[in-house]
Write a protein that binds this ligand. Sequence first.
Ligand code: CAA
Ligand code: NAD
Length: 299
Amino acid sequence: TTSSTASAISRITVIGGGQMGSGIAQVAATYKHSVTLVDVSQEALDRGKGYITKSLKRVAKKKFEGEQAQTAFVDEVLGRISLSTKPDAAVSKADLVVEAVVENIKVKQDLFARLAAHAPATAVLASNTSSLPITKIAEPLGADVKQRFIGLHFFNPVPQMKLVEVVRTEAADKQTVDSAVEFVRAIGKAPALCQDTPGFIVNRLLLPYMMEAIRLLERGVASPRDIDTAMKLGAGYPMGPFELCDYVGLDTIKFIVDGWYREGEGLQGNPLFRPSAKLDELVANGHLGVKTGKGFYEY
Ligand code: CAA
Ligand code: NAD
């Protein structure tokens, strides 16, 4: 028990074992939480477990001398993660549910309606959405659930990036926010509190920067390589904007800016987010960045 009003979170269920969900599961388990990772098929779960194992081995190499200690660490953390294809059962004892499935409002709304019916009445429910309003995801839920609903926005790669945005809606109560902040600290990350507005803090600033870099390229001002070198060496960024676009995924970038341009609250028609012919062409040709082997660069 804790003396604060926040209830301590120890059992986490992560829904979606892709790039983000597997990272979230890994980090929570590394910090001694008991984790259940849920996806739609055993194949997807095996893939997620593969990401986690690979990343843990990388961490272990830095943390421990000798193969035996490294293997013991990897096995210990993996031992705290169970895999499931049954979301209803997987949330039945959760203190916190973190959703990291596809960026689709309908899928997320339907999923939470179902999870809310099976999770404990005290569980905190969180979405890791990059661009959808937290309030809208929670819209179909009852008032008793909305007060326990929050945004927990992690960054890619999750094991490396120290920030988690804690996004509070009008309906979220203080205890939920406090529990979420406490959880973020307990997994070795730093929380940044933010209102539920498009892009929260990081993406609201990052997406205009990425789009402006693409527009520099479209105007023939400089090559991707020179723009990346300029931002890395001239502004101290770890990756240039084109490396970062390729890393995040060009489909994701396009999905976010198109959504905001069309219907983002306060952002409709904002020229910062107007479509880019270059980006549209790459996505239409299936060049989505690192994950497909080609984006602005070849991999
Ligand atoms: N798991 C475990 N460890 C990892 C890792 C992973 N997935 N990825 C990198 N690391 C470790 C490496 O082992 C390495 O450790 P040591 O330095 O101790 O050997 C360390 O991290 C650095 O890795 P690298 O040397 O390979 O590469 P780097 O120094 O260039 O760092 C980086 C990699 C941390 C990704 C860095 O380039 C960076 O910070 N890039 C910017 C990332 C960023 O902006 N992310 C946000 C994207 S936006 C988003 O996520 C929000 C959204 O909604 C779209
Ligand atoms: P991803 O495609 O790598 O993974 C999504 C996973 O969810 C897949 O394994 C898929 O099988 C699974 N899934 C789909 N529907 C499901 C359902 N109904 N139940 C259980 N599992 C389901 O995607 P990702 O990059 O990990 O993104 C996940 C979420 O995180 C999205 O909302 C995205 O906007 C957000 N996000 C992404 C990034 C990023 O840089 N990729 C950063 C921050 C937040």
